[in-house]
Design a protein around this ligand. Sequence first.
Ligand SMILES: Nc1nc2c(ncn2[C@@H]2O[C@H](COP(=O)(O)OP(=O)(O)OP(=O)(O)O)[C@@H](O)[C@H]2O)c(=O)[nH]1
Length: 623
Amino acid sequence: MLDSGANAPGATDPGRIRNFCIIAHIDHGKSTLADRMLQLTEVVDPRQMRAQYLDRMDIERERGITIKSQAVRMPWTVREGERTGEHAVLNMIDTPGHVDFTYEVSRSLAACEGAVLLVDAAQGIEAQTLANLYLALENDLHVIPVLNKIDLPAAQPEKYAEELAHLIGCQPEDCIRVSGKTGVGVPYLLDEIVRQFTPPVGEAESPARAMIFDSVYDVYRGVVTYVRVIDGRISARDRIKMMSTGAVHELLEIGVISPEMKKADALGVGEVGYLITGVKDVRQSRVGDTVTINSRPASQALGGYKDPKPMVYSGLYPIDGSDYPNLRDALDKLKLNDAALTYEPETSGALGFGFRCGFLGLLHLEIIRERLEREFNLDLISTAPNVVYRTIQEDGEEVVVTNPSEYPTSKIAEVYEPTVRATVLTPNDYVGAVMELCQGRRGSLLGMDYLSADRVELRYTLPLAEIIFDFFDQLKSRTKGYASLDYEPSGEQSSELVKVDILLHGEPVDAFSAIVHKDKAYNYGTTIAAKLRTLIPRQQFEVPIQAAIGSRVIARETIRAIRKDVLAKCYGGDISRKRKLLEKQKEGKKRMKMVGRVEVPQEAFIAALSSDSGGDGKGAGKK
Ligand SMILES: Nc1nc2c(ncn2[C@@H]2O[C@H](COP(=O)(O)OP(=O)(O)OP(=O)(O)O)[C@@H](O)[C@H]2O)c(=O)[nH]1
């Protein structure tokens, strides 16, 4: 339990504090190790312990992934070695592992002095092990290498200790071996955290400066802001000031998380805790901003973070048009918690009123969509995800396109698409398969290194648009699940892109427009046209389905004419039965959308869009 006296928040000697995070490739066991630490430090009562204690969102628990960072304060008394008996206060920050949430990781790292780099002893180093290690080194963190899951029969700690030591530049013996599951080695790791990581340094007498590393919206309490105090002290009676806006807020509460919110009188140098001001909008408590005290403000803000930029866009439409206001409310609420989500209203001829939303990646898209459906009870259609394009017109005008149907059709001098720098780690045997995949996706090889005798790192520049469609699934299936992927934005490139329109009876259907590379346009056109032919019922006239680039048709399918005679089944003269059938047909028609003269059932749009956009996101979640 949280002890009083010298370890109480606000009164803690910074020399006793260790702020650290756990970084790892996805599924290497961060959350499990965090659970064991909570248990060993007795912060969580054994009766209340549950798996993935810090993953508070339902989706996080169900999918077994961490989305939001979490900070928790744990007292620890060193058990062994020359510092036995020393009382320390550990602030642990659990971070997400998926690429979509890298920006959360980098924010958390800036609040720490040390990082525990966790590697699954049955898997070895993976792409995000490297990516996270580089982030930690960029933030000048001391890194403790740890091999996890040593209880597994397939664990090869000797082999991977060599690899890890080689990577970090230490001795294989320096890699600590633990099992987050059984708890073996974890007390020793906690001792080493106290021994190896440096305590925070700051000016206790200076005006207060605290860095906001997260802020979340809580329905009952308003915005909860997580801070790390760098200099000075913030006490519960202070009025705080946000340095970027100058806005002054009354403090309603201040405290630490251990493992639930615990009120405190103050937070001093190096401490990690929360502030509640009664503000209702997370944007007023911006991540990266510096908090100071109004009565004695600091003169200079701390260096902030980069704002996350949406990478992938998709249109979200309520299946029932009358849900539109609810969708807007729901997005407003999610936005309170998620600064990376963007949205603006848009109208589609095919789908009605909806929103064009911007996401960090496919997993982010999927999670927002799932939360909208689950927490707000909405049924949604999402259009196929696309990236942002920048076009330069012949007259020099620049147009940024987030919706393919708004792509300018004529007089384009050049088009730029976003690219990523991708790192793939794969066993030697699959190098050929990975290269073939990357080349098929318009990748260019930047370099290739052997990390050990049988593990190769391949670096590619790839168009982001090529990654968001089933790239990860393909990579996994071509390498029997052994390859891992990480990527980061790397600017943009000029490409030969075209907009493919899908026309029904001569009318373009905006929801199906796509921007694709010219070599892939034909494939996209024929696939969608063939799919729609099977999904759209016959009409009383012949309906051509065409795929076109500008006015040039590149593919065509035809739905043959038929008169749907609902009365055919009624050979008797029962007029009431006939009327009933006609009524039923009318009901059905209400759920039809008119595209020009063609009646298209809503389900056809959903089916055509879902099979195109659904599959890959799920794979991304399992990374
Ligand atoms: N045998 C064994 N399994 C473990 C150990 N640690 C974690 N696992 C299992 O590995 C899987 C992933 O563990 P998590 O703790 O959820 O992994 P994570 O790194 O937090 O995953 P993200 O939060 O998604 O980044 C789970 O099925 C755990 O039960 C361990 O020490 N031994």
